[in-house]
Ligand binder design. Structure first.
Ligand SMILES: Cc1ncc(COP(=O)(O)O)c(C=O)c1O
Length: 458
């Protein structure tokens, strides 16, 4: 007999995972290695050393160890905000009058307001171990910059955050939070770097993009002694750190004998989605389940649904190695009317490969539909969701409504990657009826595909 499922399933502190889960160890075909843009040969650790921390490079290149130990110093940080709850959305189910059973893994219960702290803690810990004294990074919506500032304060490192200019303007309080934790915020593109000056010259008045901010942060890291650059998404090691989410979710579901039919996550650079699905995906790849995985992205930045699977740079300034990923082209400039994150031109090479091989479905949604779902969720479940996470909510609701029509009692799990307290300008514009949708035309996308090193690649 199935036990009664509580509203929230909590794990105990002792049940916190002691390892991260490396899904690449279960993949029959691996994502292509990073390519050095000059030699066009796969990057080794030496190529990555000037930019990234040593231990993170080892994790980045590790395709064989399925379980990677979480050092005690990181476990101790995790204890401040983990385990996070797996919530049964009873109230939402009732409102939708659906036979579907909806669960969400809630990552917003920390001051950064999102899952980003899972990787920030790990990355700053390793930087400290290596004896570095400062870090640089980019931030879009601001959650990553906040998470990193929290981790830098905890482990004692200096931090410069290049924040996408439109976000910095839309969310002045983000800057205050980051500064409270000791980080320095620079709206990007800025005049403080060569990359920033060049981007400003070519696109005066641009609101910036994650790609620009990455170029500026990397340049500063390379030019500053004892400093490295850290990235909040896309890379293999970031996705690896986020697997704490999926492992906790799996353990919580198993406690009650619950088997998900589908798992849904929003996808910007792919880290929360990848972290949520990794342990379930390994099982799927090993023939142990048949879960339907869905990645949800904005219609205004349709990387998976309309992008090309091609070798591309991770940043606008073309400083990163080349990665084979779904991409809109590193020259893609997201529409300024798009609220929140999920506006990165590329996608995690791991998620890209799994999607390319047919293990993940991708859907894109327009932002007014996303905010409609966010408000329904807030009014029924109580939590104010981040716009990014609300992409997953939208599809979870759509799927639950399909169940209502078919009478199927599917088990739907989605990632609630964060809260939306800093996104009230966007909420207000939805409520005022002034929010609009933007879907790039094929011609516009063609223009940004022209920034690919091989524009004909498919
Ligand atoms: C709350 C939240 N969810 C999701 C994302 C998207 O990033 P990723 O796809 O790496 O999880 C972001 C990024 O800014 C975020 O802040």
């Amino acid at each position: 007999m199935q036990k009664e499922i509580p509203y929230k399933i909590f794990l105990t502190e002792e049940e916190l995972p002691k390892t991260w889960h490396n899904v690449r160890a279960s993949m029959k075909e691996l994502p292509e290695p990073f390519i050095n843009p000059v030699t066009r040969k796969p990057c080794g650790a030496e190529d990555l050393k000037p930019v990234f921390c040593d231990e993170l490079i080892a994790q980045e290149l590790n395709t064989t160890d399925k379980y990677i130990p979480i050092p005690q110093g990181i476990q101790d940080f995790y204890k401040m905000f983990r385990p996070s709850p797996l919530v049964r959305a009873y109230n939402l189910e009732k409102k939708l009058d659906t036979p579907a059973k909806i669960y969400y893994k809630f990552e917003g219960q920390n001051t950064s307001g999102s899952h980003k702290l899972n990787s920030a803690a790990a990355q700053v810990y390793y930087a400290k171990q290596q004896g570095l004294t400062s870090l640089t990074t980019e931030t879009g919506a601001g959650q990553w910059g906040t998470a990193l500032a929290m981790a830098c304060a905890f482990y004692g490192l200096d931090l410069k955050v290049y924040m996408v200019k439109v976000s910095a303007e839309q969310k002045p309080h983000r800057k205050a939070v980051i500064e409270t934790y000791g980080g320095k915020v620079i709206p990007s593109p800025s005049n403080t770097t060569e990359a920033g000056r060049k981007i400003l010259e070519e696109n005066p008045g641009t609101g910036g993009s994650l790609g620009c901010a990455i170029s500026e942060a990397m340049e500063t890291a390379v030019k500053t002694p004892n400093c490295r650059y850290v990235l909040g998404s896309v890379l293999n090691h970031v996705l690896l750190h986020q697997t704490i989410i999926g492992q906790e979710t799996k353990a919580a579901l198993e406690k009650y004998g619950i088997e998900p039919d589908m798992i849904i996550g929003c996808a910007g650079g792919g880290s929360n989605l990848g972290g949520l699905i990794s342990p379930f995906m390994s099982d799927r790849l090993e023939g142990k389940n048949n879960i339907h995985f869905i990645a949800v992205e904005p219609a205004s930045c349709p990387t998976l649904t309309r992008g090309r699977y091609a070798l591309d740079y991770g940043d606008t300034g073309r400083m990163t190695p080349l990665m084979r990923m779904y991409t809109l082209g590193c020259g893609f400039m997201p529409s300024a009317n798009h609220a929140g994150g999920l506006r990165y031109h590329g996608m995690s090479p791991i998620i890209s490969k799994l999607y390319h091989d047919g293990y993940i479905e991708a859907r894109s949604v327009e932002q007014t539909k996303v905010f409609e779902a966010a408000i329904l969720f807030a009014r029924t479940e109580g939590t104010l969701p981040a716009p990014e996470s609300s992409h997953a909510i939208r599809i979870a609701i759509d799927e639950a409504l399909k169940c209502k029509e078919t009478g199927e009692a599917k088990t739907i799990v989605f990632g609630l990657s964060g809260t939306g307290y800093f996104d009230m300008t966007a909420y207000q514009s939805y409520l005022d009826g002034t929010m609009t949708d933007y879907i790039p035309t094929d011609e516009e996308l063609e223009k940004s595909f022209a920034s690919l090193i091989d524009p004909e690649a498919r």
